[in-house]
Design a protein around this ligand. Sequence first.
Ligand SMILES: [Zn+2]
Length: 336
Amino acid sequence: MSRRDRAAGLLAAPVARYVVRRLPRWRGVLVLNYHRVGDLSASQWDRDLWSATGEALDAQLAVLAREAEVIGPDDVAAAQRERRAGRRVLLTFDDGYRDNYEIAYPLLRRHGVTATFFPVSGYLDDPCVPWWDEVSWMVRNASARELPPSEWMPEALALGDDGARDAAIKRLLTRYKQLESPATERFLEALADATGSGRCPAELASEQWMTWEMAREMRDGGMAFGGHTVTHPVLSKVTAERRAEEVGGCARRHREELGAPMRWFAYPVGSREIVTAPVKRSVGDAGVELAFSFYGGWGGFAGWDPLDVPRVHVGPSYSVELLRAALAFPRAFGRW
Ligand SMILES: [Zn+2]
């Protein structure tokens, strides 16, 4: 158990909870970020995108509905202008996986809270296996017991058991994110060879993503939608021209399918080194009002940057104790 989890556990004791519930509110917005919901414990896809089981999300939403003010992105600018203190939380889901529609959406409705979804427009238009899931699939289906050192990876990666494969997937995905965009496809080809798995068949993706029809149903049910590019590239690693196409193309599909401009955006991958000035400019130029990063932190209104709003990562070990602690002390517990 981490120090953060232990500290959150102490705050959950009855007396501490009584005090914490009465603490002053804060100025800012705590943005929680989810990817996939359900049970991915034995999935062949990238398990790092697993945010919560349905039961865990249900428990988190119950706490949020009672103890926080869950707002939509439309409310953020006004809250920021007024500087009114509160316990504002914005819920976000990236990528557009179908489990968001099948599992998360009914739970959000049941608890009467809104969330903002950032689907990758190209995956809804033409379902395919994204690079992170394909890397995971290739490693988990590998016939090779080891990946030898190569031009892509200086060290050998063991693939002996599940633990070794988990570590290899993390290492390979880190490497992928460092590559300039034309090299990424060659990297996947080389990995298909080295693992012995071949490339992942596209038909495995046919039910992986929500459809635009599902997105419209969710929108009509009070959910918000924003953009997350057409093909989920690392925006700092592509040319300015491609960047404009990725952002502009996503905005166009958003408008066509959801009948509204793309006002919110989540940067693919979203780590600190990716949210560069040219990347922020590309989304600002497309009319985006709020853009979300993904390197941790809470969105305090002091030092607020609407094109780099930090988010807290929710993973399968994120407990309701930790959530309550973050609601009371976002600066201390809303880090990552
Ligand atoms: Zn993403």
